[in-house]
Design a protein around this ligand. Structure first.
Ligand code: F6R
Length: 604
């Protein structure tokens, strides 16, 4: 996730762009840059800095850049670490076209190869730079026509801002799969990834739909479909303030991030294959053991990953807390893969455990992280990424479901490389996975229903979360979400273990959340629910649509759509995130910054 902004009008563009970037900083903040069309000499000036917008602002302080047309970008690295070269805007070979991009170009490696064969030299590792060169390569007297030609070659999701010395009186904005709005002012117009970036200058907005292109001049805005047809679009007037707008209309970042999951899961599915997986899988196909190390939510993702890897790739997997792993006499050898999972890639326990493992054993290391260029990604032999953009809420939500997606695809690919899964079966499973974003969309519609349930149980002192098999880690994760943001004591337990101790806790005051989709262990979970009911416990179940028996024995049921057994964890966690969110906010807790916690734990 990145943020883009563009301005054309009467003001000096530099402060306008910097203001816009600041409002978009929540979308990414590892590097930033601006491109300004300087009228006198008709040239594009590009300035970039690694770090926050503040750093770019300080850097530009003494530079006298003047212009009335420009584009800018705040980056959340996806392809290539945060460096000046990889920061946007990217400029074409002759310096005639500059672009900013938010999204992923899936076929960039192919396009890059073709351009290199034509003599183009690349300055960055980004997928974006290909677009700048393609635009120059294809340009023939009309920038808009060139844009139409180039987008035909691009696969993936993108929002683009484009300026050119060939036609210095305009900015072109393109939207396909990544957000882009147009701010319509008087004698000035703007494009941006999100509304807050333009609110200082106008409150009249056109929301571009997918596959639309906007052409902004000082005094006009034209919108075209990807088919070339001109469109009439209505503006709407915004009445919110900037702080609400940054959260996309949600009350908290955590709520926004829960609701972003259809997109982040989708981006992570498509982003997986744009990574260097050939090299990874051919190097690890002969390993005979995987050790997963992680903390907190990432540890729970690892527990789900174990099920998939053992089921499909038939490699034994151990999952360990990083803080425990490091201080025991573990056994690793060159045939072991150590997989470190970390949203931030900076968690000290995980980093040091991975470094220790490499030093002592020579085992291969693979990092699964969300933050490109993070320490863990640099210190490991291989890296896989989730494509979530920054996660601001302290409680991990969207990065958890994205970690699951990567672990699922990792297990399938490993199975393929080990000759245990055919191409056809892989494709079938991939197709089913592609359906998950719309399933999550359905679950998100239950927000109000789950809020009503939350009212009824918000005053409980303790909660128990139960699950079986692949959904047992989801019970653990549901309990972690609730305790960390609501401060209610909660425990996750394997449903079958309950009778060996925790059942003693159950009475009429104990809500028991049971993750009980209709999978192969369903009947067994049903019996465990009977055991809770026999002791007067209150059951809140997460069940599959149409499961009437669950309604009869539960006090509350949250229904989710049916999916393939193995995919349930990516769906069943969503209602539990929403439940934790509502209970905590109803209790008046600060869900984005719960007490005693930090988003990234860089101490042991
Ligand atoms: C829980 C949570 C933490 C993190 C843990 C590891 O919501 O956010 O438990 O999962 O601190 O962090 P990363 O994944 O950054 O290593």
């Amino acid at each position: 996730m990145c943020g883009i902004v563009g301005y054309i009008g009467k003001r000096n563009v530099v402060p306008v762009l910097l203001y816009g970037l600041q409002r978009l900083e929540y979308r990414g903040y590892d590097s930033a840059g601006i491109a300004v069309l300087e009228k006198e000499e008709n040239r594009i000036i590009v300035e970039k800095q690694v770090g926050k917008i503040r750093d770019l602002q300080e850097y530009l302080w003494n530079k006298k850049i003047e212009g009335h047309v420009g584009i800018a970008h705040t980056r959340w690295a996806t392809h290539g670490p945060p460096t000046i070269e990889n920061a946007h805007p990217h400029i074409s070979r002759k310096g005639t076209i500059a672009i900013v991009h938010n999204g992923i170009i899936e076929n960039y490696l192919e396009l890059r190869k073709e351009l290199i064969e034509k003599g183009y030299k690349f300055r960055s590792e980004t997928d974006t730079e290909v677009i700048a060169h393609l635009l120059e390569e294809e340009y023939e007297e009309n920038l808009l026509k060139t844009v139409f030609k180039v987008i035909e070659k691009l696969e993936g999701a993108y929002a683009l801002g484009i300026i050119s010395t060939y036609e210095p009186d305009k900015i072109i904005g393109v939207r396909k799969g990544s957000p882009l709005i147009v701010g319509v002012g008087k004698g000035e117009n703007l494009i941006a990834s999100d509304i807050p970036a333009v609110l200082e200058y106008t409150k009249d907005i056109i929301a571009l739909d997918d596959e639309e292109i906007s052409v902004l001049k000082k005094d006009s805005v034209e919108i075209y479909g990807f088919n070339g047809a001109k469109k009439e679009k209505k503006t709407f007037h915004v009445t919110w303030d900037v702080s609400i707008a940054e959260k996309g209309g949600f009350k908290h970042f955590m709520q926004k991030e829960i609701h972003e999951q259809p997109r982040t899961v989708g981006d992570t599915i498509t982003g997986f294959s744009s990574q260097d997986i050939e090299n990874l899988f051919s190097s690890i196909k002969d390993i005979n053991r995987i050790v997963i190390i992680a903390c907190g939510t990432s540890f729970h993702a690892g527990l789900v990953g174990k099920f998939w890897i053992e089921k499909f790739a038939r490699v034994p997997v151990e999952v360990d807390y990083a803080s425990e792993f490091r201080y025991r006499d573990y056994i690793l050898n060159r045939k072991t893969l150590v997989l470190g999972i970390s949203q931030s890639g900076e968690t000290a326990d995980t980093r040091f455990a991975m470094l220790d493992a490499t030093k002592k054993s020579g085992a291969k290391t693979l990092a699964l992280v969300n933050v490109v260029g993070s320490s863990l990604s640099r210190e490991s032999d291989f890296v896989l990424y989730t494509y979530c953009g920054p996660e601001i809420g302290v409680a991990a939500t969207k990065t958890f479901t994205a970690q699951l997606v990567v672990l699922y695809l990792f297990s399938l690919k490993l199975a393929q490389y080990r000759g245990l899964l055919s191409e056809e079966d892989f494709k079938q499973k991939y197709k089913e996975l592609l359906h998950i974003p719309s399933v999550i969309e359905e679950v998100l519609k239950k927000d109000d229903e789950i809020k009503n349930i939350s009212y009824r149980y918000m005053n409980a002192k303790d909660f128990l979360f139960l699950g079986r098999g692949i959904n047992y880690p989801i019970a653990l994760e549901g309990a972690l979400k609730l305790k960390e943001i609501s401060y209610i004591h909660a425990e996750g337990y394997p449903a079958g273990e309950m009778k060996h101790g925790p059942i003693a806790l159950i009475d009429e005051n104990m809500p028991v959340v049971v993750v009980s989709p209709k999978d192969s262990l369903y009947e067994k979970t049903l019996s465990n629910i009977q055991e809770v009911k026999a002791r007067k416990g209150k059951v809140i179940s997460v069940a599959t649509d149409g499961d009437k028996s669950m309604k009869e024995i539960s006090d509350e049921v949250i229904y989710i759509p049916e999916v393939k057994d193995e995919l349930y964890p990516i769906v069943t966690i969503v209602p539990l995130q929403i439940l934790a969110y509502h209970i905590a906010t109803l209790l008046g807790k600060d869900v984005d910054q719960p007490r005693n916690l930090a988003k990234t734990v860089t101490v042991e």
